[in-house]
Design a protein around this ligand. Sequence first.
Ligand SMILES: [Zn+2]
Length: 218
Amino acid sequence: MFDYILEMYFVKVPFFYRLLLRKALFKLPKDVPTLYLTFDDGPNDELTIWLTNFLIKHNIEATFFCTGNSILNNLSSFNTLINPLFSIGNHTFTHKNGWDTKTSDYLLDITKCQDILENYAQKYFSRPLFRPPFGKLTLSQYYKLIPHYDIILWHVLSGDFDNNSDIEKCWKNITSNIKNGSIIVLHDQNHIKEKVKTILIRIIETYQRDYIFRKLNY
Ligand SMILES: [Zn+2]
């Protein structure tokens, strides 16, 4: 079954995958119209700073899924995430693909990232958040992680990281899938910074009137 989705990515997570990973979060029910912005793969020395300045200026909450490696290489940018508007989640130490990695190695990589997160931002972690890189997690990894982490997948993947997706295509992915409670994925990667900035500005301009932006809580 997994071969089918191995080389693809999904704007929306397929229904069968949602059934398999039943406790992973894709979308949260909310009475007040709410969206969850999430940024993966940071921090870095440029886009992270722009994002945090922009979000703080507009009083927008968001969640950043960081790799341990990026944190160690960009500690001053990481410090800008330590702000009441933001939550910070674990994205493994080396951006591991769960489907290509032995469960014991995968868990070690996650623990290594978690140790760094707790070392530099300890007050944030009563119940840690984890997002598997590429959304790829085996069932054995899932069952080991679920007692300890809130596993966060997504409801809307913008496709910003895809060189074949220009801004208009990403924007269509977002506008045609967004719903109350949607968890939206963007990427905190410098090499696509102009795309990410434009998309974020559009999201805020378009949805801020009707939705509250919230961080994922823990
Ligand atoms: Zn990632």
